[in-house]
Design a protein. Structure first.
Length: 293
């Protein structure tokens, strides 16, 4: 059971208020570098933890800012700086190809009722969909390891600090770590998606057990149940929950994920327009490709 239902936190994080980033146009590299310099100046106490780091060009400065933001405690960046960061993230978003999930769904290999089910391999932070799923830890605040390559870090990094701030608000109100197999939802801020569903999958150390399987099923079902509570949320993209550092075997996870999602769609006909299994590795692409065939 989810210890903090949606109605207990949605208003506090303005969940249903559309995100409007500050109207800061960063059309040149010089403008971006100026913003990065200002943000690094504000984050100097965090940067100084690593000693006297010398950066000589924009790429190095941007990487240093990325690392510092990964380490930043929630609700510490000033509003003006948040607006500057939003402008930077929006400009960087324009540099990357945005993948429209509606177009992907046109060639979906499977339909369950009115819902199209498909797989897509790529960076989930470039996917324009109503909600993406984040494989979170039980603090729900993102990954605090600088430049770590996990999906949790990627989503928080590209969304902006407001994502961590919202998760902090939720966790303060909940007052306990997020239980395995449950989910929360926030706005997606500077991502192309509208929402992020945060769920904690099971950690597998050793042999896979029935408890692990039930927990993974619950993670997928909790995300879908929560998505169904939000009016206008018609599409969800799932990452491969628990298969990274959490150690769940990829072949077993894909089968459980696919079966759980399909069962939910059969029991909730017409609630979603499409569901995407977002994969990153070639192994997962092969596994889900077989299931969809």
């Amino acid at each position: 059971m989810n210890p903090l239902p949606l109605e207990k936190y949605a208003e506090e994080i303005n969940l249903f208020q559309p995100f409007k980033p500050a109207a800061i146009l960063l059309s040149s590299l010089q403008e971006r570098e100026h913003v990065v310099d200002q943000l690094l100046a504000e984050l100097k106490p965090t940067v100084d933890r690593w000693g006297n780091i010398q950066v000589t060009n924009y790429v190095e400065k941007r990487r240093l800012l990325h690392a510092a933001l990964n380490m930043l405690e929630p609700q510490t960046l000033q509003p003006t700086s948040i607006g500057q960061l939003d402008g930077l993230l929006q400009a960087e978003r324009q540099d990357r190809p945005i993948i429209n999930s509606d177009q992907l769904a046109q060639s979906a290999p499977l339909e369950i009722g009115q819902t199209k089910v498909l797989m897509w391999q790529g960076d989930i932070t470039t996917l324009k969909v109503d909600a993406i799923v984040n494989a979170a830890n039980d603090r729900l605040l993102g990954c605090f390891q600088p430049l770590h390559s996990c999906i949790d870090n990627a989503i928080h990094t590209n969304a902006g600090v407001q994502l961590r701030d919202d998760c902090h608000t939720i966790m303060q109100k909940q007052a306990i770590p997020e239980p395995t197999g449950t989910a929360k939802i926030t706005r997606a801020y500077n991502l192309p998606s509208r929402f992020v569903l945060h769920t904690v999958g099971p950690i597998v150390q050793g042999a896979l057990t029935a408890k692990h399987v039930a927990a993974l099923q619950s993670a997928y079902t909790s995300c879908l149940d929560l998505a169904a509570e939000v009016d206008g949320l018609r599409s969800v993209a799932f990452c491969c929950i628990s298969t990274g550092v959490f150690g769940y075997p990829q072949d077993k996870a894909s089968g459980t994920a696919f079966e759980t999602v399909c069962n939910w769609l059969e029991q909730n006909p017409g609630r979603l327009d499409h569901v995407i299994f977002n994969v990153f590795t070639d192994q997962d692409r092969v596994l889900y490709g077989r299931l969809l065939r």
